[in-house]
Write a protein that binds this ligand. Structure first.
Ligand code: SF4
Length: 328
């Protein structure tokens, strides 16, 4: 994977709260789910940034809020230097060409009544890229070939494919508009383990071929270990640590990252013997009522008094290694 230090996507204090309402006739807002809370990071051109956390931590909402599929409550999301949060209508649609998303469940995201040709060709029609039907068909066949599917499958329906093949159809559709940035939202979580590596290899091949930049969302660190250049760890709406892949796996600083890594076996027996074990207790608190101070404190084995009172600062502990913890 070749990547440069040019920033392609930048997120600044991105926040997304979903209102909680009550009342049958008149709806009143009684609270908010703090799905994404003051998150800042950048994604460099050509890299894969892994975004990892337990389900419900806000990682998918972060991805969707970058693309403006959800509008942020506050904060900014830039593509190159364009602030996406201020764009509307045609301007936003034009920018969306460069940014696509691949979903976790390829079956739910593909319209079962459309043929594969229509599914992959739809963005070309909507964005008026290929006006003639013949050209569109040729392009769809080329896309099918690119993702390793037989171009003669163009008239088949999603149910005629296996899970792995359906995910390839999702990838072909995402590629149709020649995007620069793709959010891969748990693209392998729903697939058999034997198929997962194939889809990851395909995504890597396409990245090299087209210079793509990925935000790769996953619920455990082992899934992004081989594909990401840098990895961000998210907990209860906040990013708690972000570092280069090797650095994060060999020197995790945040107790939550250490706990996630405790669950992943290390092949090197010396490292395996010496590494710290952090076992999590308790459940993830509700994002509608997050704990005070460091929101990880009720589950953190190292928590001190200050952790309940003050939110830790997001700071660069060593070059390119960011963390939010009072004890680091
Ligand atoms: Fe644990 Fe305190 Fe660090 Fe939060 S700030 S992760 S509670 S030690």
């Amino acid at each position: 994977m070749m990547h440069t230090d040019n920033v392609l996507v930048r997120v600044e204090n991105l926040t997304k709260h979903f209102p909680i309402t009550q009342g049958i006739v008149v709806q009143r807002q009684i609270g908010a789910v703090q799905a994404v809370d003051n998150v800042s990071f950048d994604i460099r051109e050509g890299e894969t940034l892994g975004l990892v956390g337990e389900s419900g931590c806000g990682k998918s909402t972060t991805g969707r809020t970058i693309l403006q599929l959800h509008r942020p409550t506050s904060g900014k999301a830039y593509y190159q230097d364009q602030d996406l949060t201020t764009l509307k209508g045609e301007d936003l649609r034009r920018m969306r060409r460069f940014m696509q998303i691949i979903f976790q469940d390829p079956y739910a995201s593909l319209n079962p009544r459309l043929t594969v040709g229509d599914i992959i060709g739809e963005p070309l029609e909507v964005h008026r890229i290929e006006k003639s039907k013949k050209k569109r068909t040729e392009r769809v066949q080329e896309l099918l070939r690119l993702v390793g599917l037989n171009p003669y499958f163009i008239n088949r329906y999603p149910h005629e494919f296996s899970g792995g093949q359906r995910q390839r159809i999702g990838v072909a559709r995402a590629l149709a508009l020649q995007p620069k940035f793709i959010i891969c939202d748990e693209p392998i979580s729903a697939l058999d383990v034997s198929i997962q590596a194939q889809v990851v290899n395909l995504l890597e091949k396409l990245q090299d071929e087209f210079g793509l930049t990925y935000l790769f969302i996953a619920h455990d660190l082992s899934m992004v270990r081989y594909i990401s250049d840098r990895t961000a760890v998210m907990y209860l709406g906040k990013i708690v640590e972000l570092a280069e892949r090797e650095e994060l796996y060999s020197h995790p600083l945040h107790p939550y990252t250490q706990a996630l890594l405790s669950a992943v076996p290390v092949p090197d027996p010396v490292v395996e013997r010496d590494r710290k074990r952090v076992i999590l207790t308790g459940d993830v608190p509700s994002p509608a009522n997050p704990p005070s101070g460091c929101n990880f404190h009720p589950r953190c084995p190292l928590a001190e008094q200050v952790c309940q009172e003050e939110e830790p600062e997001w700071r660069e502990a060593s070059p390119d290694h960011w963390v939010a913890c009072h004890l680091v």
